[in-house]
Design a protein around this ligand. Structure first.
Ligand code: ADP
Ligand code: MG
Length: 256
């Protein structure tokens, strides 16, 4: 079975999608067959990987119309990288699952099939957790929570972690959780204050890698090219490389 990494935070704009795209591309470049599962209706991971999302079939088509998984996952940029959008009928998916309980079992089976078909699956979660992301997170071995180095970022983190623990406890696995600071500016006093707060209150969860604020990361997303490919020497990409190794090390420890 592949390793499932969820990137989640109830807050929007904290760097979830940027992390999913760049970590996913790095894992693929190391030869791991990697799927980014874009669980957000907005489809930013899909467009950030240069895939047009309009009218594409996706996870919703697999679940609701029995579309074959292999036909729906979109290859992008390098041999081992794929993205699976929610796709057509995605706005109906939550309601359909709510009203047809059998679809829930089918969703779990599809998520298992996805984990079996790829070495690495990255879940790019939406800011609000509904049935779909909750079910997917329960399958993750690792949940990475990006925390933006800005005011209010820590607010809600305790509640988010509690909710996550409840979800994890109801799943079959015993997953790990890591917090990664994003959009950090060393010269900004406020960034340093947020970092110190997170170190004080969440030290056991805090990952060593810190993602700096780097405009290259947002420019690349706008161009639909992963920064890892467009600007491999940039500070942002170097930080994502460190984070990728940190997460791969956790995986190695678990599978030992
Ligand atoms: N480290 C960073 N430096 C500069 N801009 C960033 C960084 N990470 C993300 N961004 C930008 O911030 C915005 C929100 O990031 P995104 O990854 O879409 O967050 P989320 O998925 O949590 O909503 C996007 O415009 C993105 O390009
Ligand atoms: Mg996003």
């Amino acid at each position: 079975m592949g390793y499932v990494l969820a990137i989640a935070n109830h807050k929007g704009g904290v760097g979830k999608t940027t992390s999913a795209i760049n970590l996913g591309t790095l894992f693929a470049l190391t030869g791991r067959k990697t799927l980014i599962l874009d669980l957000d209706l907005q489809g930013n991971a899909t467009s950030g990987l240069g895939v047009r999302k309009e009218d594409k079939p996706g996870l919703a088509s697999i679940l609701l119309d029995n579309a074959p998984l292999a036909d729906v996952a979109c290859p992008c940029y390098c041999d081992d990288l794929f993205v699976l959008p929610l796709g057509r009928r995605s706005s109906a998916i939550e309601e359909e699952i709510r009203t047809q309980p059998l679809l829930m079992e089918r969703l779990e089976t599809i998520l298992d099939q996805i984990a079996a078909a790829w070495d690495y699956v990255i879940l790019d979660c939406p800011p609000a957790f509904g049935i779909l992301p909750n079910t997917a997170i329960r399958q993750a071995q690792y949940t990475c929570i990006p925390v933006q180095c800005e005011f209010f970022s820590i607010e809600g983190l305790t509640a988010m972690l509690k909710r996550l623990q409840e979800l994890q406890a109801s799943g079959a696995r015993s997953p790990r959780t890591g917090v990664v600071l994003t959009m950090y500016t060393a010269t900004d006093e406020h960034s340093s204050q947020v970092r110190a707060e997170v170190e004080r209150h969440f030290s056991s969860l805090l990952l060593k890698s810190i993602i700096p604020r780097d405009p290259i990361l947002s420019q690349s997303a706008g161009l639909g090219i992963p920064a890892v490919i467009q600007a491999p020497e940039s500070l942002g990409v170097r930080a994502y490389l460190e984070l990728a190794w940190e997460i791969l090390n956790h995986e190695r420890q678990e599978t030992r």
